[in-house]
Design a protein around this ligand. Sequence first.
Ligand code: ADP
Ligand code: MG
Length: 446
Amino acid sequence: MSGPSNNFEWIFDDIPIINGTQISVIAYEPPDEKKGDLVVQVKLADLQADPNSPLYSAKTFEQLGLSPELLKGLYAMSFTKPSKIQERAFPLLISDPPKNMIGQSQSGTGKTATIVLTMLTRLNLSVKAPQAICLAPSRELARQIIDVVQDMSKFTYITSELVVKNTLPYGKYAQSQIIVGTPGKITDVIKRKQLSVNDVKVFVLDEADNMLDRDCLGDQSVRIRNMLTKDPQIVLFSATFPEHVRKFAARLAPNANEISLKREELSVKAIKQFYMDCNSEEHKYETLCNIYDLLTVSQSIVFCKRRGSADKIAQLMKSQGHLVGSLHGTMSSEERDHLMDDFRRGIFKVLISTNVLSRGIDISLVSLVVNYDLPLDVLDQVDFEAYLHRIGRTGRFGRTGVSIILVDSKNTWRQMRQIERHFCKEIEHVPTEDWQQVEKIFKGII
Ligand code: ADP
Ligand code: MG
């Protein structure tokens, strides 16, 4: 092991590789060279043994009573121990008689995995018809969830399928035991009798607050729920449940078991939040280009306000030789799938997007999130939940992450301060004029 001068290299020594991904350092204190400090590193196993961590569990997956086939699936995915939400929620979710659940836990702590395990465990294996429906707010998230279902159920005979735009042509039927999709398409296929709901006994909304808070998604989700004849178990999961949505959620899932977090517990410790001052829109763009080298150290997502600006920035960056992609809701399904698959494969490293990707997307190599524009609601006020979800695209399951807000006006600066106060978490300043310093700060963490 060498001294503090090159500790950015040795910090990554002997960290296990899981699924081809280096499990990254979770707690990082920048070393104070004068004091001869050493880098502090905590590994995933240590973190899962720390009762204060959301990844902690006192139990093993065996103790949660999973079938041997599912255990085999989990181990093949390199899951060694449950996280806190998995340990707490799962036994409640599979208890009999079934009870509804409204579950909250920080981003990247295994909520989606809990949902999937629940659906897989609840099925009556002899019934070869849809028994569980899981809705997600975006095509990208639905595709990701079906992948998790298929990975976890690899050693079982359970059937599952994705029902989103362009997946179920007229005349075909969705007959798999688990159905994952988006509300619009699922509503259509139920109405057209391409999907029978007679046996559906589990109904899940991932990113539930977002689903219920957005007019059309909320209406469609409730309508689907009302089409289910069997009085299903209703499971609502998210990292955030603002008060007004929680009331709505409680009506949709009456008498639910609830697991909730306080606001100050919401932000993930391993995500370091920064801001950089920019003195104009042009300077903001230049700053983004200047940090391009940092953005490509691993992978990153840049969030913009509008589709138009995401495209514009992507085009400008491409014209300067940078390898970036942009994804938003007006693109065709094929384009979206293709782009997302390429990003997951690491074919390009910077993805410029809108809120469509702010929820649930899990790509372990994303270590940097840039808020090119802050997320605002219809009244132009900061959308705290969207901010938290955006930065939660990094720092997944014990990995470190960095988020940067590009502040280009007094107003944005004020909004950045509001975010700090809201989550009781400091957002540190990084100078825009000293690039060596910027690099040192970021590369030390990523
Ligand atoms: P959330 O829905 O809370 O944001 P996910 O369920 O997407 O979190 O999980 C985040 C990441 O952690 C995913 O890559 C998932 O495969 C992984 N993961 C989830 N649970 C475990 C576990 N118990 N052990 C190891 N990895 C896990
Ligand atoms: Mg999730």
